[in-house]
Design a protein around this ligand. Sequence first.
Ligand code: NDP
Length: 257
Amino acid sequence: MNYLERFSLAGKRAIVTGGARGIGLEICRAIGQAGAAIVLVDLDETAARSAASSLVSEGLAVSHRFLDVTRSADVTALADDLNKESPIDILVNNAGVGPRAEALETLDEVWVKTMSVNSDAPFWCSRAFGRHMTERGSGNIVNIGSMCGLIVTQPQNNTSYIASKGALHMMTKSLACAWAKFNVRVNAVAPGYIATDMLDRFKTDNAIWHDRWIQQTPLGRMGTPEEIASAVLYLASDASSYCTGTILAADGGYTSL
Ligand code: NDP
C-alpha cells in the first residue's frame, strides 16, 4: 500500500465555506494541492473572487460563489445547483464568527448571530449537501469546531461561542452515526489558538490575553492556518477512512492540560 496515495483527492470536488481568508483559504489550498477541484464560498464576494484567482494562479482548480451560509434556502439552492453540474464529494463547514462577550454582557443579537453562523449554518450545509451524498452513497464532511467546544477557555469565557462550538461537535457525532450506513463520514477539527484575523487583533487590543494564551499552550505558540488545513486534509481523505464522529484537536496541547 502506498500511504501517500491515501491522502490524494484527485478527481474529487469540494466546497469550503468562509474560504476567502484565514483558515478557510488555507484549507482550499491544502485540499486543492491534494488534487480536488474547489468551490470557494464566502459572504464577501470580492474577497472570494480575489482568493480564488490567487489559488488559480498557483495552478489549483478553484471557482468561487457568494453564499451567506445562514440562509438555509440559498444553501439548499446552491447544493442542488452544484450537484447538477457534478457531485460534491467533500463539504468543509469552516465559516464562523468569534464574538467577544461574557455571558451577562451578551446581547440577544450577538447570541443569535453566533449560533446562526457557527452551529445552525453547518447543519443547513450538511443537510443540503448530505442529501446528495447519502443518495449517492459516498461523501465526506469536515466541520471546523474549536477547543472551545471541548473546554472553557480562560481568561475569556465567551459563552455564545463556546455553546455554538459544543453544539457543532455534537452535531458532528450525530450525523456521523446517522449517515455511516450511507458511506458518508462526518468529522471535525477542533483548533486551539490560531493566528488569523479573528485573533490577531488581540495582539494590540488585549495583549495580556494574547500572552496568556501562549503561556497556557504546551507547545508555547499560536498555531498556523496551515496546521489546521493539514488536519482537514487528513479527515477529508481516505487516510482517515476509519474515522467518523471524530473531534480531532489541533491545539498545541491546550486541552491536555
Ligand atoms: P476569519 O474571521 O479569519 O474567517 C472567517 C471567514 O468566514 C471569513 O471569510 C468570513 O467572511 C466567513 N464568514 C463569516 N460569516 C459567514 C457567513 N454567514 N456566510 C459565509 N461566510 C461567512 O476566521 P478564522 O479563519 O480564524 O476561522 C475559521 C474557522 O475556524 C471558524 O469556524 C472559527 O470559529 C474556527 N476557529 C478559529 C480559531 C482561531 O484561533 N482563529 C480557533 C478555533 C476555531 P467575512 O470576511 O465576509 O466576514
